[in-house]
Design a protein around this ligand. Sequence first.
Ligand SMILES: [Ca+2]
Length: 354
Amino acid sequence: SRYSTLYEYHFIKEQMSWDAARAYCRENHTDLAKVFDLTDMTRLQDSAQSQTEAWIGLYNITGGDNRRWHWSLPGEEYTENKTCWRAGQPNDYSANPENCVMTGDTWEDYPCSDKFQFICYDGENMWTLICFFTSVTWTQAQNYCRQHHTDLASGLNQIYSEKFKNLQNSKASKVNLWIGLFRDSWRWSDGSNFSFRYWDMDSFNDGLNNRKCATTLLERSGRWSSAGCDQRKPFFCYDDKLILIRENKTWEEALNYCRQKHHDLVSISNSEEQRWVQERAKNASTPFVWLGLRYSCSLGLWFWVSDKLVCYERWASGGKTEDFNMSAAMTTGGQHEWVSQRENETFNFICIKH
Ligand SMILES: [Ca+2]
């Protein structure tokens, strides 16, 4: 799998309460399992050793307004200052919580059980938006989009693309459409902000009762449900294979450290791996963290210390200097792009574990 070098799941048969399960995972692994997308979900199911109901690392913090906005599409981050709310919205006006979002030309929160037409996104390469003229609930729209396309349209780039404008302008009046924006008060045990949800709608209860911990129903294609946290169930932990070393070392020292104490200095071969590494980089105490990428002057090329080919790159514009004694580092803040640095500079670094 594309992710297998970065984290792996462990199924624990022993039945425990959610809290005890979390303590067990933190002691013996990294934390209770988190799930980024459907590919992760398949990996999680594949690691199960019985078809039962098992805890995952998702729990509900009800009370106060602990809801957070998320885009349905995994990896698309909701940014507070990049929104398009109609004046006075979101206002949670109905008797039911307004946790889902509809757009004409600006956004309004509505109860997810209301029915609207909707718009799906059809993948990064095709960049197609597909509009459906059947009114359904938000969850039905999400299921449909995930089954037949990629997801509900998510993020400003999709929703305010030329295609979307053309589509809206071709109608006499603006069509009201569900988009992939929702809010809930579920959180991942390890603090990750993953937006992926995979609820089984027949058994889901959104924190309105005592069912505040999430399970995966392995006998029902892995769909998620909720249960009282005191119930005893088997569970999934995950092992993080990346580790940020908050010590300042030259590139060579960093490489030796990783190879002696762990496995290697980290390498990145796709955008998912980039995303995982940048999550770690955020906690560094230096403005850059070393990556296992070095320039060979004699060969005139960049190479990963892991011997992987450089087929994915994330250089900052103007950040790539091809010279003697240059290695690559990731920027700790901002866009987390790569910049070349002299190898005798000292930075934090990220190792990959065995
Ligand atoms: Ca509203």
